[in-house]
Each structure stands twice: as structure tokens, then as C-alpha cells.
Design a protein around this ligand. Structure first.
Ligand SMILES: NC(=O)c1ccc[n+]([C@@H]2O[C@H](COP(=O)([O-])OP(=O)(O)OC[C@H]3O[C@@H](n4cnc5c(N)ncnc54)[C@H](OP(=O)(O)O)[C@@H]3O)[C@@H](O)[C@H]2O)c1
Length: 239
């Protein structure tokens, strides 16, 4: 039987690299959405291989970026996929601005790359995933939404919590396993993690690796707030 494929949205970042590594470790192929060839090259360097990875260029922050990728899959121009990992984009600095100092442009930019990119990924793949067997959608959020020590990224994470809760409800009785991975510590690509003494993408990838085969976890929040949580998945439904 052909290996399943995981579509990774935001593939080149700290979390995206963890998702790609986790999927490969779980014996799946990866369909990685990247911005351009430079990003593809960066991903190959960070993952250490291009084996079992198909690259497609798209702007996931645009209204039609992910939708166009799904169209190409339906047309047979790209591999079919059964799972989606979505982490959205970077938190652009300055992220510690007090709320009253946030400009409208900065607010909209942040909402676009951190929230809308995840929303578009969900909205534009969920119908396709419902047509597949044993499919799943996993979204990564951060505890900054509860802490709000950095108001700008916190606002986007708060919106993502609601998106995840709604999607968890929507898919409870559907064929797609929707889950949120709630991350409570800093993860960076391996070379940066070593320098900054934080958790590496490779270590965090173990969460994504396990989730693919955990058919018992659905419509849940997977809490990853201690190193132990990367070994034994701690999950609970929020409703
Ligand atoms: N890292 C953590 O510890 C952590 C903790 C909690 C939650 N999270 C969640 O994970 C998300 C991603 O975090 P991360 O640490 O992986 O971020 P990151 O490493 O900064 O992610 C960078 C990604 O965003 C893309 N990107 C950056 N600016 C963009 C733009 N203007 N338009 C399109 N793509 C753009 C990059 O693409 P290129 O490679 O093409 O530049 C790359 O794929 C966060 O928003 C948050 O929801 C992360």
C-alpha cells in the first residue's frame, strides 16, 4: 500500500520543520508548501533530506494559496494527501509592543500571517480531507494566547484557540480527526536550539510523529508544556 502523505503548511519554520520531520519519522511522505526555491532549499538543509518530500510553491497568507494547491492535487498534478499540519507563520518583531502602541498595519499583518494562514489552511482542505480515509488535521498553537506577555502574538493565538475549538466541534462526528497541539515552550530549528538551549524541532517532531497513528485522539487539545509531554501525549477535549 502506498504511504500516506502529510500536507505541511508553513513548512520551513521552527514548527514546520518539526512537522516535516515527524511525518517522515512516521513513515509518511510530505507535500510541503514553500514560498519559493530558497525556502525549499532551506527546508532540505534543515530536515537533512529531500527524500519523500514534494515541494509546491504558494503564498499561504493569501486567500487562494492553499486552495490552489488543493486544486492541483485534484487535477493530479500533485500527490494526494490524507493529513494536514498547519502552524501558521512567524511572529514578526516587535512583538512586545503594548496593545495601545500597535499600528493598524501591524495588527493586520500579524493577523494575516499568524491567524488567516491557519484559517485558510483549514477552510480550504477540510472538504478534501473528508473525502479521504483515516484523515486528520492538526493545528499548532502557542500558550502566548493565555499569557499575553507579548500582546500582538497573543491576540492571534487567542483567535486560533477559538478556531481550533470550533473545528474540534465540527469534526467530532466526521471522518477527519481534528486536533490542536498547544505548545507551552520555545522550539527552534536544531542549530538554533543548540545555541539557545531550547527544545529542537527534531525533539518536538516526536509529537507530530505519534499523533498520526493515535486514532484515539480526536477533537482534542494536546498539551505540550513539559519535555515529558513529547514522549507521552497528554490530551483532553475542551467541550
Ligand atoms: N516556535 C515556537 O516555540 C512556537 C511556540 C508556540 C507556538 N508557535 C506557533 O507556531 C507558529 C510558527 O512559529 P515558528 O516558530 O515556526 O515561526 P518561524 O520559524 O518564524 O516560521 C517561519 C515560517 O513563516 C514563513 N513566513 C515568515 N514570514 C512570512 C510572510 N510574510 N509570508 C509568508 N510566510 C512567511 C517562513 O517562510 P520562509 O521560510 O519562506 O521565510 C517560515 O515558513 C507561530 O505563529 C505560533 O502559532 C511556535
Amino acid at each position: 500500500m502506498a504511504a500516506e502523505t502529510v500536507l505541511v503548511v508553513g513548512a520551513t519554520g521552527n514548527i514546520g520543520v518539526a512537522a516535516v520531520k515527524g511525518a517522515l519519522q512516521a513513515g509518511r511522505n510530505v507535500l510541503a508548501i514553500v514560498r519559493n526555491q530558497n525556502s525549499a532549499d532551506k527546508l532540505i538543509k534543515r530536515v537533512g533530506t529531500s527524500k519523500d518530500i514534494t515541494f509546491v510553491e504558494a503564498d499561504v497568507a493569501s486567500d487562494s494559496g492553499v486552495a490552489d494547491v488543493v486544486t492541483k492535487v485534484r487535477e493530479g498534478k500533485l500527490p494526494t494527501f490524507q493529513h494536514v499540519y498547519s502552524s501558521g507563520m512567524t511572529w514578526p518583531s516587535p512583538s512586545n509592543t503594548e496593545s495601545h502602541g500597535i499600528t493598524t498595519d501591524r495588527l493586520r499583518y500579524n493577523l494575516n500571517i499568524s491567524f488567516e494562514a491557519n484559517f485558510f489552511a483549514y477552510r480550504d482542505t477540510i472538504e478534501y480531507l473528508r473525502e479521504q480515509k483515516n484523515s486528520s488535521f492538526t493545528m499548532c498553537t502557542g500558550s502566548q494566547g493565555d499569557l499575553a506577555t507579548h500582546p500582538l502574538p497573543a491576540i492571534t493565538q487567542g483567535a486560533l484557540y477559538s478556531l481550533c475549538l470550533g473545528a474540534a466541534r465540527d469534526n467530532l462526528d466526521k471522518s477527519v480527526r481534528f486536533n490542536e497541539v498547544y505548545l507551552g515552550f520555545r522550539v527552534e530549528v536544531d542549530e538554533d536550539a543548540a545555541q539557545h538551549s531550547v527544545v529542537s524541532s527534531t525533539e518536538f517532531g516526536a509529537v507530530f510523529e505519534q499523533l498520526l497513528d493515535r486514532s484515539d485522539i480526536r477533537s482534542a487539545r494536546v498539551h505540550v508544556t513539559t519535555p515529558e509531554d513529547m514522549k507521552v501525549l497528554r490530551h483532553a477535549r475542551r467541550f
